[in-house]
Design a protein. Structure first.
Lengths: 347, 347
């Protein structure tokens, strides 16, 4: 994740696609069994990043729970992410953002956990309501080089495709097993994540093409070495509905969880909608390039000879953003954003 | 706090003075009432900074609790500090340091809270064991300029002295009232903090004199403006035993807490001990200067015209450290480190 607040400012793409999962979360908050007094009601936000995209869903969940448990009951909101996440920005967002769920509620308590959600990171049977938005598409690591692309969905390399698919299955199992331990009996977990359509379309084609051709251009300019570009891989994976459902096919429950609901849907393409309104091709290109920079350039920079501390890292990001913005501005078009929303219940 | 890990590497002065409070913590962990199953046993570490100095006390507390509650009971350790604290370093320290209390214990769960401990930041009646080391000497803010020194204990300005003493009392009350809400009935809070001897000696005289004269030198060199140096104030306050005890004099309990034990003691002066062994005056000066840089230079830098982002901030810190190191190396001597250890009990 690039430095303080960059992601917060540029993550409108995610925020625009939360209607379906937000209604799932509100329904879960309205119906999930609450723990006995005086235990706090615990909400876990798995993969919170810098917190900006967590404000609306956490506010909705807290507000719904407040109607059931009154103003004085302690509600604990735990935001998790990787250890290197910018938790200072997260806590500052929670304190200062006018849309923070902490404003005006003296009995809501935020905390953070800096550990990978592919293991158990909260006490067993402690979580009433779980939420995870745009997070479980990130695999635990890149399991292989992708010789011909940064995103495995657009690779023609069978070994890379197989390695990513295998790890995506293992990670999905590990995620479910860990949440199965953490959820209270009756607890609900709502997930929204990048996905893949039934016919294998990961979407984001134009943006990823612009990224790939930007990397080629930076190589021909001499800024990048070919071996560095081969190292660059975005370890995200769009699962199909079949892949999400797989753990629940042999038996109804997996790790104590059952799948109450799954919905495959298409995310709003706010950047295209904006272009349809204003016809501003430069803004169109700049918006997607800025989103790409905030969400994946720091991962790409790991492929540089000296990683993120490589002295070329800042100019690499600046140039790639500029090249992508210019290319995308040349032929604006809609972006297909396949998503999945899931509701899981602990038995 | 200066960037990633600086404080972790240079905070040996604190770690050397924990014998008295560690024995208080171990006794509290061995005797404090535990919450009923299945609630996790919650330990709060108030003012954790980057976590390095929390490892030994948290390991001692967890290990003592494990003997009472078995290997499987969830123990939750919550590290608190200000929102801008470097929580990434804290989580990385917890994950990677061989001395981490998390090593080999699958049922201990760490989290962080990025809010000032001068308010309630954890659910009511949720904390079994509290710990706060070298933290409550930091006031909530600097209540006044100190015209003649960076540390109010060495100021001759009556208005500044009165303003700091008044805020120190208010902050101490606020700290106790907040912890009184958070502790479980019977819960214990162990505090170690910088203090002031009965005859008003805050200690650290030679180090603070070197800092003050270093600031004068940097001003005469033209690096600092006199108005900037006047803005520089370290908002720490050494309370006397009478000031610690004050809330408990009119009545036994304050905010539901009673003071079980207070001990004023002198911190180990490891840097002087090292000099007595090796006679290395340069190392002596460099050690105190590095400690000063890690613990208070970022606070001093707030006095620069553009604060910590002032382009002179790095050179200001480098120069002040060098000047202090040179001055302290000219006449090595022991440093008086007055501390207080307290045990508070929730009724």
């Amino acid at each position: 994740m690039e430095g303080a607040g960059a992601y917060n400012r540029r993550s409108g793409v995610q925020a625009a696609s939360l209607r379906v999962p937000l209604s799932m979360l509100e329904h879960a908050a309205a119906t999930v069994p609450l723990p006995g007094q005086p235990a706090p009601v615990v909400i876990a936000d798995y993969g919170a990043s810098s917190g900006h995209n967590s404000l609306a869903p956490m506010k909705a969940a807290v507000s719904s729970l407040r109607q059931r448990c009154g103003a004085d009951r302690a509600i604990s909101v735990v935001h998790t992410d990787l250890p290197g996440n910018d938790f200072a920005v997260l806590f500052q967002t929670l304190a200062d953002d006018p849309e923070s769920y902490m404003k005006g509620d003296e009995a809501v308590f935020a905390s953070a956990v800096g550990r990978s959600f592919y293991g158990q990171i909260l006490p067993s049977c402690s979580v009433t309501l779980g939420w995870s938005s745009w997070a479980v598409q990130w695999l635990s690591h890149a399991p292989a080089q992708i010789p011909d692309h940064v995103q495995v969905a657009y690779s023609n390399d069978p070994a890379a495709r197989a390695a990513f698919a295998r790890l995506a299955k293992e990670d999905w199992h590990a995620f479910l097993l860990s949440r199965g331990k953490e959820l209270c009996p009756g607890g609900r977990l709502v997930i929204v994540t990048m996905a893949c359509s039934d016919d294998g379309d990961f979407g984001h084609r134009g943006v990823l093409e612009a990224m790939q051709s930007g990397l080629r251009q930076l190589t021909s300019e001499g800024l990048l070495r070919p071996a560095e570009v081969r190292q660059m891989a975005i370890p995200t994976f769009g699962r199909t509905q079949r892949e999400f459902v797989e753990p629940f096919t042999a038996q109804e429950r997996f790790g104590g969880l059952s799948l109450e609901r799954i919905e495959m849907f298409e995310g709003d393409d706010r950047i295209w909608s904006q272009f349809e309104r204003d016809g501003d091709a430069s803004l169109f290109g700049a918006s997607w390039a800025a989103f790409s920079r905030a969400s994946v350039f720091p991962t790409l920079a790991l492929g540089l000879a000296d990683g993120r501390n490589d002295p070329r890292a800042p100019v690499f990001m600046d140039r790639l953003e500029a090249v992508m913005a210019a290319q995308l501005a040349r032929k604006p078009g809609p972006t297909f954003i396949p998503l999945a929303g899931l509701v899981l219940v602990k038995a």
